[in-house]
Write a protein that binds this ligand. Structure first.
Ligand code: HEM
Length: 191
């Protein structure tokens, strides 16, 4: 792969990862609402949340591998594994590594969910709320295109979507668990 192609791939895969990760956060918030409300669109489910998360991981892997092997930046594997160890854009790249490792922790505990139990899984899953803003700041701080109209536009739309859905979720009145059960959802949903 030529240097130019690697560089373009890193940037494109970074932007796609950001869009997909934002989608994962939004779908996670909406999937929970599905349990609590009747008449919720069936496709907005935990399964869609999981599938988009897997797709995000594929693009994230492409983003990181092409960034690591790019001979121009000379990052090396340590930069992707140890936060703030890179000589190149140390702080901004370190944030990317932190976000990636948080996402890795969420992925591994989701795969081992039955083994570690719901309480531990939920605890780690809360890290998703930290991984996303850290990834946004990484993209804004380190990207060649960070200040270009298209990447700024993508970032603003992603932030608006996540913030709007999060505010809606936080402000929505919690549904009485007994009402929820009558609608057919189990009291302890999600296992
Ligand atoms: C959740 C994790 C991550 C997300 C969502 C993400 C996303 C992004 C985005 C949106 C950009 C801006 C691309 C552009 O300007 O066109 C970017 C740039 C970059 N990222 Fe990441 N990133 C993540 C993790 C990482 C990691 C772990 C590494 C490698 C150690 C990394 C290496 C880079 C590099 C080198 C750039 C600059 C590319 C350039 O403009 O030349 N990223 N990232």
């Amino acid at each position: 792969m030529s240097d130019q192609l690697l560089w373009y791939t890193t940037r494109a895969a970074g932007a796609v990862s950001l869009i997909l990760l934002s989608g994962v956060v939004v779908l996670g918030l909406l999937a929970r609402a599905r349990v609590e409300r009747s008449g919720w669109p069936r496709f907005l489910s935990a399964a869609l949340h999981r599938d988009v998360a897997l797709l995000a991981l594929v693009f994230l892997a492409l983003h990181i591998v092409t960034a690591v092997v790019d001979p121009f930046t000379h990052l090396g594997i340590t930069a992707a594994a140890v936060p703030f160890s890179s000589y190149y854009r140390t702080f901004w790249l370190g944030l990317g590594t932190v976000a990636f490792e948080l996402i890795l922790a969420i992925t591994i505990t989701s795969l081992l969910r039955r083994l570690i139990g719901r309480r531990a899984w939920r605890g780690v899953h809360w890290l998703a709320h930290a991984a996303w803003p850290v990834a946004v700041v990484h993209g804004l701080g380190t990207g060649t295109d960070a200040l270009s109209w298209w990447l700024l536009g993508i970032t603003v739309v992603c932030v608006l979507c996540v913030v709007t859905v999060a505010i809606w979720r936080l402000s929505a009145a919690p549904v009485d668990p007994l009402v929820r059960e009558r609608r057919g959802a189990p009291l302890r949903a999600g296992r």
